[in-house]
Design a protein around this ligand. Structure first.
Ligand SMILES: *Cc1c(COP(=O)(O)O)cnc(C)c1O
Length: 390
């Protein structure tokens, strides 16, 4: 599990104050090569979903491989347009009237969540010469476990269901003329077999309209760069859509772009015992890797085993006052000691974009490890970043 890469990271960043996120250029490029190859073979375009990763100092590199960015609103659209370039696509569950014109400046594609939003803003999009899409909800749940990541769950506000379309009156006359494409986003960390299931459901419900638009955007959640991901099936599915409906196809993965391409390096501040060994780190689950508590999941820790697997088991926790600020229980060959460094894996995605200064916690620095091993501190944070948002 990335032991070699992590050793290199530890060596090259030894002089940098912890905690910090490291994005590794070699690992990032590996993902980007896979995505570019997939896009070329499928004849589709792949965008970076900035929601997962917005470290814009590496946008010029990513731009060499991907076609543009996907944004969730004004700020991400602006960042994508100004720092990445290429195509800028925006989806928002609802747009603010006082922001819409500015979004329109940055966006090439604007995806609406409901027929009501299309009626409200469709004319503006058309007049600006931009493209509009409607997000569909195929009501086909393919994931278990992470209910908060299931846009197809009952009562979901994400996307337009078939019955919402029917209730919108004469869809073909009132809504469809504004639309250049359809959008779907129903997956989360999933393989292409679930995409196939989803497409089958979507075609059954909405397929009659697919050939009346220019593009289909299949959203994110495709774990394309994961070891066991079936890319051949994805390519087959995308080619099938293009042939059958004459559409262009977009994918907008976030996670897959930086999957396993980043780390979080932290130091042990103190150890203690309360029925078990505990280590207090200078990083916090609540502040620096909130998905650990939200999702929840146990992040990979390089060189460590499951609790009880190696001789010394420790519970790892943050320095905050939140009792539940624990990252997990891990085991080690030797006892942890003050000053020792630990490296968490897969820490580029949904970390920098979600972290916070709860409890007055400092934010981890952002480090970029170049291919030649040079570790560059891209950003360091201080008191001003805590006080400036309060
Ligand atoms: C979250 C999201 C993505 C990216 O999802 P990943 O799971 O990070 O690949 C893409 N598109 C939309 C609309 C999203 O909400």
């Amino acid at each position: 599990m990335q032991e070699r890469e992590a050793a290199g990271v530890l060596r090259d960043t030894a002089a940098i104050r912890t905690p910090f996120y490291v994005v590794d250029e070699t690992l990032l490029k590996k993902n980007l090569e896979i995505l570019k190859d997939t896009a070329e073979r499928a004849g589709c375009r792949i965008l970076l979903a900035q929601k997962a990763f917005s470290m814009y100092s590496v946008y010029p590199l990513i731009r060499q491989y991907l076609s543009g960015t996907a944004a969730s609103g004004l700020y991400e659209a602006r960042l994508g347009k100004t720092e990445f370039g290429g195509e800028t696509h925006v989806f928002s569950a609802a747009y603010r009237p006082d922001e819409f014109d500015e979004i329109l400046n940055y966006a090439d594609h604007i995806v609406f969540n409901t027929p009501g939003q299309v009626l409200k803003y469709g004319e503006k999009v058309k007049k600006a010469g931009k493209q509009a899409g409607l997000r569909l909800n195929p009501e086909c749940s393919t994931q278990e476990g992470h209910a908060i990541y299931d846009p197809c769950a009952p009562g979901s506000r994400m996307g337009t269901t078939l019955s919402m379309l029917s209730e919108a009156g004469n869809f073909e006359e009132t809504i469809l003329p504004y639309l250049n494409g359809f959008h779907m986003h129903t997956l989360c960390e999933q393989n292409s077999d679930d995409l196939e299931t989803t497409l089958r459901a979507a075609e059954e419900k909405f397929g009659a309209w697919f050939s009346k638009v220019k593009w289909l955007n299949l959203g994110g959640g495709h774990h394309i760069t994961r070891e066991d991901y079936d890319r051949e099936r994805l390519i087959r599915l995308v080619c099938g859509l293009r042939e059958k409906y004459g559409v262009e196809v977009y994918l907008e993965p976030g996670e897959a772009v930086v999957l396993n391409a980043g780390f979080l390096v932290t130091s042990v501040l103190e150890t203690m015992e309360n029925g078990m060994q505990i280590a207090i780190l200078d990083t916090s689950a609540a502040c620096h890797m909130p998905d650990v508590l939200e999702m929840p999941y146990r992040p990979p820790l390089i060189g460590a085993g499951e609790a009880g697997e190696k001789p010394y088991t420790f519970r790892l926790g943050g320095p905050t006052c939140l009792s539940g600020d624990c990252i997990g229980d891990y085991s080690f060959e030797a006892p942890l000691k003050e000053g020792g460094r630990l490296v968490f894996g897969d820490m580029a995605l949904y970390t920098m974009v979600k972290n916070n200064t709860f409890n007055g916690m400092p934010l981890p620095s952002i480090v970029y490890r170049h291919e030649d091993g040079t570790a560059e501190v891209v950003r360091a944070f201080g008191y001003e970043n805590f006080v400036g948002r309060l």
